[in-house]
Design a protein around this ligand. Sequence first.
Ligand SMILES: Nc1nc2c(c(=O)[nH]1)N[C@H]1C(S)=C(S)[C@@H](COP(=O)(O)O)O[C@H]1N2
Ligand SMILES: [Mo]
Length: 427
Amino acid sequence: MDDTSHTNSPSRRRFLGGVALGGMGLVAGRAMAEGHAAGAPDPLITELQDWANGLGDGVDATPYGMPIRFEGDVIRRNVPWLTADPISSINFTPIHALDGTITPQGCAFERHHSGAIELAKEDYRLMINGLVDRPLVFTYADLERFPRVNHVYFCECAANTGMEWAGAQLNGAQFTHGMIHNMEYTGVKLSTLLEEAGVNPEGKWVYVEGADASSNGRSIPLEKAMDDVIVAFKANGEALRKEHGYPVRLVVPGWEGNMWVKWLRRIEVAAQAVESREETSKYTDTMADGTSRKWTWVMDAKSVVTSPSPQMPITHGPGPLVISGMAWSGRGKITRVDVSTDGGMNWQTARLAGEPGNKALTRFYLDTQWDGSEMLLQSRAIDETGYVQPTKEELRAVRGENSVYHNNCIQTWHVKTTGEAENVEVS
Ligand SMILES: Nc1nc2c(c(=O)[nH]1)N[C@H]1C(S)=C(S)[C@@H](COP(=O)(O)O)O[C@H]1N2
Ligand SMILES: [Mo]
C-alpha cells in the first residue's frame, strides 16, 4: 500500500489547459474513510427496516432477471452527434461501472451498419462455397452437431477511442473506451467447418458476410480462419442477443470488431481478398503524410483506468483508494500493467486480478492511499510480445491527428481534490 508515485518535482508536466498541478495538501473538511465508529447510532443498524418486516418477491416475479433498479444507469449509451442515425450507429459499454472481466450481453456495445435484424434459428442457414471440394449449407441444428469450443475473447471496434486523436474530447471511460466487450463464446471452430467442406490449395482467403442488409462483407486470410476463429452461437452461456448476431456470429480473436460478422450467412473461400467492395476499404488508417495504413487487423495492447474516471468520481476522502481498470492485447496475453498518478513521470506496477487471458480483458487494481491531492491518472499495458502501450504523443508522431482507427494510446484522467475526474492530455 506504499504510494511512491508522488513527487514535488518542479519539472512536473502541465496538462491541456495549461494548469499546473497544485500542492499536496489534504482537502479541507474531508473526513478520513471510516464508518460510524463513534457518534450517533446508525438507524440502519439499530432500527428494524421495512425489508426485514415483510416478505420479498416470490420466485416467479421475474422469469428472466434484470438488474435491480438502483443499477438503472449502468446501461449502454449513445453519443447522438457521432453518427447520422441510430440504425447505422454505435453505442458504448458502461465499462466505468463494471468490474471483473466479463461483459454482460445486455450492456455490451452494439455496432450495426443497417440495424440489428431478427433472424430465427429455423430460418438460419450458413453456406460455405468458393474454392472447396464440397459446397455446403448448414442449418442451426447442423452446427450443434460439431465438436464445440469455449473461449473468452474481447471484441473491440477499430474506432474505439477514435474521437480522441485531435484532443481530449469525450468525458467518460464509457465514451472514450466503451466500444469493447469481453465474453465467453461457445461455438464450432471455423477450421472444423472448412475442413468439412475441403479447402482447395488455391484458397488463401475467406470472404465472410452477414444476413443483414449491409452484409458487412470482410476478407480474412485463410491462415487466421484456420487458426482460432469461432462460428459462435452462445455468449456468456446463453444464446447470442439479437444485437450481437443471433443466432450465429463470427468471433475473430484479437482482430478488429468489424471482422466479427454477425448473423453470419456465407463463407466463400477465395484465392484473393475481395477488395472491390466499399466496406473493405473503410477501415484504413490515414497517416500523418496522407498515406493509408491498410489491413491493420490486430488490435494492439491497450488499457484504461475505469475507476476513478469522469463517470466514477472518488466519493470518499483521503485514505484507502482502489484504482481499477482493464487491459487487453490482440497479440496474446497481458503481462504487466503500470499505473501513474502523476501523468507518466512515475509508475507503479498494478496487481493483475486472476490469470491474464489470451486476447481477453485482464482486470488490474492498484490498492493505494490517496492523500487528497490532484492526480494525473494513467495506465500502461504491456503484452507478452513485449509491446508497450504508447503515449498519445508517441502515437501521433507516427500516425498524425487525422486518424480515426486504432487509437491505443495511454489515457489520462485529471482527478481533482474534490474527487471529480476529467479527460485531459498531458504534454
Ligand atoms: N452483419 C454485420 N456484422 C457486423 C456489423 C454489422 O453491421 N453487420 N458490424 C461490425 C462492427 S463494425 C463491429 S465493431 C462489431 C460489433 O459487434 P457488437 O455489435 O456485437 O458489439 O460487429 C461487426 N459485425
Ligand atoms: Mo466496428
